[in-house]
Design a protein around this ligand. Structure first.
Ligand code: PRX
Length: 652
C-alpha cells in the first residue's frame, strides 16, 4: 500500500490525457477566440468588470466606485442606478426587437406558447402593477412557488421592476419547506399556481401552499395562476386569480432606477446542517456577471441561437441562466415544464429537434440517467442543430462527459463544464468554448475576472495535486450575505482560510494546470490515512462499460478508519459482478481506492435538484437511523437500500 502524503489535502488519483481543442470553425466564430479577456482581467480586475458592466448593461446613472471591498462585504458599481427588468426587456423592445421570441414554452402535455420580448414586457408591467396594488413596494419580499411556466419569470421580473426582492421556492419542495422560507424572509405576497404537470399528472401546488399558509403570518395576499386546472380552495380577501388581477391592472409600469446594490433576490440553500440559508444577491453586480458569463461561456449569438437550460427556475441555475443571463442578452430560449421521460425517454431529444436548439445546458445527473436509458433514445432524433453543450451542478465523470460528447454533441460540440454555486451567483470556472482545449471531467480554468486558488490545510497555495478550492478576489455576482444572519455568513464562507472565500469544495490541479472538482470536502473519505475523493472513485466505477451511475461513501471501519462503500446502478441491459468492478477501480486509480463493498441498486437517493445524498448513504452504510430526508426526491430509494444493507449484514 502506498504511504499517505501528509501534504496533500486530498490525494489526486486519476489521470486523464484526452484533450479536445475547440473545433477551428467554432473558434473562428466564437465571442472569445483568444486569451485577450484573461489578459485584460490580469491587467486590472476592477477595470475588467467595469467594462463588462458598461458594455453589457444599460445604466440610468453611472457608478462612482467599481468595487468597495471590506472583507467579507462587497459592493459593486456603487452609486450607479439601473433597473434589472429594463435591462432584460425594455431595452430590447426599444431597439426594435419586440417581436423576437424570448421563450418557446412547452408544457409537459404538449401544449405550446411562444412569448416575444414585447409580450413578456407587457406581462411584466401589468404584473408589477398587480404587486403594487397588493401593497408590495421597494424592499419588500415576494415568495414565488410555481411550476415551470413563463409566469414564473414574469413574477420574478415584475419584482425586479419595482425593487421588491423575490424568493423563489422550487415547486417540488414541501409545504413545510415553503413555510420556513416564507417566514425567514417575512414575505408579504405569495405567487403560486393551482398545479403544474409532472409525469403525466397534475401536482396540486395550491394545496401545498395552503398547508404552508396556515403558519405564515406575514403573507397578506396570494396570487394563483391557473395552470393545472385542478380544483383549489380560494380564501376570500387573501387569494386572487392571476388572470383577474392582470385583467384589471394598468398596462404601464415604467422601470424606475434602482440602486446597484438593491436586493434583487433571496435564494435558500439547504446545506448539510442547520436551517436553510437565504443567500442574498443584489442587482448591478449580479446582472453584470450573469450577462457576461452567458455571452462568453455559452458563446451567445443573438437572433440565431436557440438556447435551452433544463434547470428549474427554483434553483440558482434557473435564476441566472433561464431568467437573468439569457434575457439580459436578448436570447431566444426553450422552457419546458415537465420531466425528461414523459411521454417517453426521448422527450428532451424531441424538443431539441423540434425547436432546433443550438445550445443545451443540463446536469450530470440527467446525463447519467440518459446513459442508463441507452443511446437508442437520442439516436431517434436529429440533434444536428446543437453547436455547444454544457453541464452544471456536480462533477461530471469523464465517461459521462464522453457519452455526452458523442451521443448528444455528435462529437462536434464543445462541452462547457461550469463550476459555480448559489453563492457565487454566476459561473466561475469553465472553459471558454472557442479558446479552451477541454479534458473530459475537468471544469478547466477560472474565467477571466475570477480568482480561484487551491490551498492545503494551512491555507498555503497548492500548485499541483489536491486541495481546497478558494476564491481570492471579490466578484460582482458574489453573495452579499445570509439573510438576517451576518455572523453565519462570515463563519460559513470566510473563516476557514483568512482572506479567502472557501466554497466547501475540494479540487485538484493536474500537471497541465487544469482544475478537477472533487466534490464537497465533507464527502472526502479517509482510508488508511489517504484522503480520497468520492468523485474519483465514482468516476472510476462509471468508466466501467456496465455502470451508469455510482455513489461512494466512507463508512467507519475498525481497520482502515473508513472503508469505501459503493452503490452502483448498471446501464440498461448490462451486468457486472462486485469483483470485476473492484478490480476495475484498482486498475483505473489504484488498489487503495477499491471499494470494500458494492451494492447494486436501480436508483440512488438524490435531492430534488439531482445531487446524490451521500450523507444518507453514509447513514445506511453505518446502520444509523436516517436523519433529515425531507429534501430527498424519492424516499423509497433509501428504504430499499436499507433493506439490502440489512440483508447483506452478517448475523451478529
Ligand atoms: O459542489 C459544487 C457543485 O454544486 C455546488 C453548488 O451547488 P448549488 O449551490 O446548488 O448550485 C448548483 C448550480 C450552480 C458546488 O459547491 N457543483 C456545481 N457545479 C459543478 C459542481 N461540482 C463539480 N463540477 C461542476 N461543474
Amino acid at each position: 500500500m502506498p504511504t499517505p502524503d501528509p501534504t496533500q489535502a486530498i490525494e489526486a488519483l486519476s489521470s486523464e490525457s484526452r484533450l479536445f481543442p475547440p473545433p477551428p470553425a467554432f473558434a473562428a466564430a466564437a465571442n472569445a477566440h483568444d486569451r485577450s479577456l484573461w489578459d485584460e482581467a490580469a491587467r486590472g480586475h476592477e477595470e475588467f468588470w467595469a467594462r463588462q458592466s458598461r458594455e453589457l448593461l444599460h445604466w440610468f446613472q453611472p457608478w462612482d466606485t467599481t468595487c468597495e471591498w471590506n472583507l467579507p462585504d462587497s459592493k459593486w458599481f456603487v452609486g450607479g442606478t439601473l433597473n434589472v427588468s429594463y435591462n432584460c426587456l425594455d431595452r430590447h423592445v426599444l431597439a426594435g426587437l419586440g417581436d423576437r421570441v424570448a421563450i418557446h414554452w412547452e408544457g409537459e402535455p404538449g401544449d405550446v406558447r411562444t412569448v416575444t420580448y414585447r409580450e413578456l414586457l407587457d406581462d411584466v408591467q401589468r404584473f408589477a402593477n398587480v404587486l403594487k396594488s397588493l401593497g408590495v413596494g421597494r424592499g419588500d419580499r415576494v415568495n414565488i412557488y410555481m411550476p415551470m411556466v413563463p409566469e414564473a419569470a414574469v413574477a420574478m421580473l415584475a419584482c425586479a421592476r419595482i425593487g421588491a426582492a423575490h424568493s423563489v421556492v422550487f415547486g417540488g419542495f414541501s409545504a413545510q419547506a415553503l413555510a420556513d422560507r416564507i417566514n425567514d424572509a417575512s414575505a408579504k405576497v405569495l405567487v403560486t399556481a393551482d398545479g403544474g404537470w409532472r409525469r403525466g399528472e397534475v401536482f396540486p401546488l395550491k394545496a401545498q401552499a395552503d398547508a404552508a399558509l396556515a403558519s405564515t403570518p406575514s403573507i397578506e395576499h396570494v396570487v394563483v395562476l391557473r395552470r393545472g386546472g385542478n380544483p383549489v380552495d380560494m380564501v376570500a380577501g387573501r387569494d386572487h386569480w392571476w388572470h383577474d388581477l392582470m385583467a384589471a391592472a394598468d398596462a404601464e409600469c415604467p422601470a424606475e432606477p434602482m440602486d446597484a446594490e438593491q436586493l434583487l433576490f433571496l435564494l435558500y440553500t439547504s446545506g448539510t446542517t442547520g436551517k436553510p440559508k437565504g443567500i442574498m444577491h443584489t442587482s448591478g453586480g449580479y446582472l453584470a456577471q450573469v450577462a457576461y458569463t452567458f455571452k462568453y461561456v455559452f458563446d451567445h449569438k443573438p437572433g440565431t441561437d436557440v438556447y435551452w437550460c433544463t434547470a428549474d427556475v427554483g434553483w440558482i441555475t434557473g435564476h441566472s441562466y433561464i431568467v437573468y443571463g439569457p434575457l439580459a442578452n436578448g436570447a431566444t430560449q426553450v422552457m419546458y415544464e415537465g420531466v425528461p421521460n414523459f411521454p417517453a425517454n426521448d422527450r428532451f431529444w424531441s424538443i431539441i429537434e423540434k425547436y432546433k436548439v443550438t445550445v443545451f445546458y443540463t446536469a450530470p445527473t440527467a446525463i447519467r440517467t440518459f446513459m442508463k436509458w441507452g443511446t437508442a433514445e437520442p439516436a431517434k432524433h436529429d440533434l444536428s442543430s446543437l453547436r455547444l453543450i454544457g453541464s452544471v451542478g456536480e462533477p461530471i465523470n469523464p465517461e459521462a462527459w464522453m457519452w455526452y460528447h458523442e451521443h448528444i454533441g455528435g462529437g462536434r460540440c464543445p462541452i462547457v463544464d461550469t463550476w459555480w454555486q448559489t453563492e457565487t451567483g454566476g459561473i466561475m470556472i469553465s472553459p471558454l468554448p472557442g479558446v479552451t482545449a477541454t479534458k473530459p471531467g475537468s471544469a478547466t480554468h477560472p474565467l477571466p475576472g475570477v480568482g480561484a486558488e487551491l490551498v492545503d490545510e494551512q491555507g498555503s497555495p497548492v500548485s499541483r495535486g489536491g486541495g481546497y478550492l478558494t476564491l481570492t478576489k471579490p466578484w460582482p455576482g458574489m453573495l452579499r450575505g445570509v439573510w438576517g444572519d451576518p455572523a453565519r455568513f462570515r463563519e460559513t464562507y470566510w473563516s476557514r482560510f483568512p482572506g479567502r472565500y472557501f466554497a466547501g469544495d475540494g479540487a485538484k490541479l493536474d500537471d497541465d494546470g487544469y482544475l478537477w472538482l472533487l466534490g464537497r470536502v465533507d464527502d472526502v473519505m479517509n482510508v488508511s490515512g489517504h484522503r480520497i475523493s468520492t468523485t474519483e472513485v465514482e468516476s472510476a466505477l462509471v468508466s466501467h462499460p456496465s455502470v451508469a451511475e455510482a455513489a461512494v461513501v466512507g463508512a467507519n471501519d475498525p481497520t482502515t478508519g473508513q472503508a469505501i462503500i459503493a452503490y452502483v446502478t448498471l446501464r440498461g441491459g448490462a451486468s457486472a459482478d462486485e469483483k470485476s468492478l473492484r478490480d476495475h477501480v484498482a486498475t483505473e486509480i489504484g488498489a487503495i481506492a477499491k471499494p470494500k463493498t458494492i451494492y447494486f441498486t436501480p436508483d440512488l437517493p438524490k435531492t430534488r435538484s439531482g445531487k446524490i445524498m451521500r450523507r444518507l448513504l453514509r447513514d445506511v452504510a453505518e446502520g444509523r437511523n436516517l436523519g433529515d430526508t425531507t429534501t430527498l426526491a424519492d424516499a423509497s430509494v433509501v428504504d430499499e437500500l436499507k433493506r439490502r444493507a440489512e440483508a447483506a449484514a452478517p448475523e451478529d
